[in-house]
Structure formats: C-alpha cells, structure tokens
Design a protein around this ligand. Sequence first.
Ligand code: 5MM
Length: 345
Amino acid sequence: MNLKDLNQIAKAMVAPGKGILAADESTGTIEKRLSSINVPNTEENRRDYREMLFTAPEAEKYISGVILYDETIRQKAKDGTPLVEILKKRGIVPGIKVDKGTQDLPGSQGEKITEGLDGLRKRLVEYYGLGARFAKWRAVLNIDAASGKPSRQALVANAEALARYAALCQAENIVPIVEPEILMDGDHDIATSYAATERTLHTVFEQLALHNVAFEGMVLKPNMVIHGESCKSPAGIEACADATVQVLLRCVPAAVPGIAFLSGGQSDEHASAHLGAMNARHPNLPWKLTFSYGRALQALPLKLWAGKAENVANAQKGFIFRARLNSLAATGQYDAKLEQEFKAA
Ligand code: 5MM
C-alpha cells in the first residue's frame, strides 16, 4: 500500500466544490432507469447514455470522479475512444463498483448481505490496469423498529465485509469508497434514522480499525440522517443537516479526508439543499462533505435525453445544472432560488 498516493486520490475525490457521479448501475438497475424513458436496455443505449454524461462540457469543474460498472470501464465511445480515457483526459478519476450486489442474509429476518469478496483481489488488479483508482462497495440496511432492524447481525456482517473489501482495495493501491446505506423506506422519524445511522457508523469504523484500514486513504459514502419517506412528521432541511453533521462528528475519525453522500431517493432539490445546509451551517468540519449522487444527478438528464441524439446537448445542460448546484452545496453556497434557473432557461 502506498498511503501517500491513496491519500492524494482520496483528497482529489473530495476536492473543494467537487463531488462524485455514481454511474455504476448494474444491468438490472439501468434497465429500470432506461425503461422509465422507454429506451431498450441494450449495450449500445447504455453506452450512449453514459457517453452523454461523461462528455458534458465543463463536467470537470464540478465532478472529481465517476463510479463505473464493469461493462462501462471496458466500453468505448462511438468514436472508439475508451470511456475511461475520456474521463482521464478531463482530469476526472475513474472508479469502479466491485460489490456483486446483495443476497438474503441467512439466519436473519429478511435482511441483506452484500457479496463479492471471493476473487476480489484479482479483480482489483485488473481494474487498476484498466484505469480505476478508487472502488465502491455498498451495504444495504433497512429500518424497521418493530423487528429491530437493522439488527446487530446485519450490521456486523455487512461492516466486516466493507472492512475486508476496504483493506483489499488499499493493498492494491485503490481508494475504497465505504458505503453503508440505510434505506429511506418506511415511516420512521428522524430520531430513528439518527439512532440507526449512529449504530451503523460505529460498527463500520470498529471493523475498519480491526482490519487496519488506513482512514487517510478512504472515502465514506453514507446516507444522510433523514426521516423515512412515508413519515408523518418529516423533519426540516436544517434539522436533517444538523443531525447528519452531529452523528458524523460522533462516529467518523478526523483522519478520513471526505464524506460523499448518496442521495438515496431524495428529490434533486432536497439532496442539494441538505448538503448545502450542512456546509453553510457547519463550516469548520474535520472532513470535506460532498456528494456522490446517482439519481439526484441523473434524473434530470435522463429525462431530457430520452434516448434521442438530438437531445444530447440539452440533457448535458441538465446534468451540468445539477452538478453545479451540488458543487455550490459542497461549499455552502447553495441557494434554493437557483433551482428556478434551469426551469427558466
Ligand atoms: C448508481 O446506483 C448504484 C446502484 O447500483 P445497483 O445497480 O448495484 O443497485 C448505487 O450504489 C449508488 O451508487 C448509490 O446508492 C448512490 O446512488 P443514489 O441514487 O442513492 O444517489
């Protein structure tokens, strides 16, 4: 492990005003996205869609890195240039999703475990050769107060897998993004989300320490502390922002260079507003707070693109609009009034 290099890459991933585009949808997930715009899920359409995103003018001003899927890291643009080269030329760091998705966790009441550790060292070596300098592994947890979810069993099993993945990445000079996601599904309140997030992060960092993961060479990708999507008493933007910062201060060592949130099904506006409020209200934090959004960066360009070549320029404008607003949020300069700019254009 070269910790100096890992630390430099991790810092570049969370550089001021920059964040990460999560474009690592597996074939099943991208199918759902493409079917929402009536586009068939073919390899060519997946390539065209992602090429549209990766070639958006000025993306490098706001986007530090892109998380790719196995197919995408090997794909070439229409003109034959590897997609990875397009990113590298623009100074955008290519990354790769290396988990193999979730399966039922045996012995649990319907909780999930993320798989993919078998053969991972070999895959990391190959991905490094293909240009990846960071990786991502996502653990998926549910809140259900009645049945005690997330259970300690699910927390420990998933945290151990995250830590073993992270240690392997660092051994192969790849920066691990450690993503423990607590889903927004349910009607729980913000206090329940806070408690689950605190237990999760404590467990994850305990396992990371046990496996000797160097905190300077990783990026954390957590959920924000937010009420469940069907909660009857939703918390406001500032309350979510403050609760998220508080739980992170309690759980995340200052040696971690940055925290890049997932959007988790929030609206585009909420994902920007929450991040903006965190940075505006808490300017002197030990780590950078930025975005690593999938849906909250892609929903608008996906709709505008609609699978048509003549829509590429407008879709790219939509993508850059969201990227710019999230960049402003990452430096505490987001203002909800800016949301009108694109609608007005
Ligand atoms: C881009 O979506 C990823 C999902 O991939 P799967 O096909 O394996 O489910 C996902 O891991 C994503 O990187 C994070 O959840 C962040 O995305 P959102 O949409 O929550 O910001």
